[in-house]
Design a protein around this ligand. Structure first.
Ligand SMILES: [Zn+2]
Length: 195
């Protein structure tokens, strides 16, 4: 999916003035404890819900992390983890792998869920973000699409600075999980010296 279509298809910030069912003007009311736009004629209520997004924390077999440089807003030119909006009827983990494939042509496998988060993003409004750890076997096949200006697998010592707070959090939460689980994560602290 292009960033262009995302921009116009997925904006929860749209506020209706008229009922999309019967065309009558909407009024503001308190429904279930929240201020919502309501049609007093047919009873339609404008519920506003977050849009689901999947993010792929993707490593190769050397445990290097895939980071991409975004070619579109939001966060244009920023280094980030790949990801995008889920499609209707799609399992979140499938959407995660589809977005990875679309952006980089890489075929990944979901290893586990890292976490579920909420963020407000100016362009899209309220987002529900599902982050998975994904493993890619054949990382040589990478071919970034138009949404990505650069991409690569990096160790934590040589990778570009990631500024997007949620992506930093996902990286940190994965690091903490792997340190606790004792699996070879990015920065499992080495135990040295005597106690
Ligand atoms: Zn109505």
């Amino acid at each position: 999916m292009t960033a262009f279509s995302k921009k116009f298809r997925h904006n929860t910030m749209i506020s209706y003035s008229f009922c999309p069912v019967c065309g009558k003007p909407l009024s503001e009311g308190i429904i279930e404890g929240r201020s919502r736009m309501v049609c007093t004629d047919c009873g339609w209520i404008h519920y506003r819900n977050p849009l689901p997004v999947a993010v792929a924390y993707t490593v190769n077999r050397h445990n290097e992390l895939l980071v991409i440089r975004r070619a579109h807003e939001p966060a244009i030119h920023e280094w980030a983890l790949p990801g995008g909006f889920l499609e209707e009827g799609e399992e979140p983990h499938e959407g995660c792998l589809r977005e990875l494939m679309e952006e980089t042509s890489l075929d990944g496998q979901v290893e586990r869920l890292i976490g579920i988060y909420h963020r407000n993003v100016e362009l899209y409004g309220s987002l529900l973000v599902v982050a998975y750890k994904v493993v890619v076997d054949d990382h040589e096949r990478m071919a970034p699409n138009h949404e990505v200006s650069e991409a690569g697998f990096f160790t934590e010592y040589n990778r570009p600075q990631i500024n997007i707070p949620l992506h930093r959090l996902i990286i940190e939460e994965n690091r903490r999980f792997e340190a606790l689980a004792g699996t070879p994560g990015e920065t499992v602290p080495e135990i040295s010296g005597s106690f």
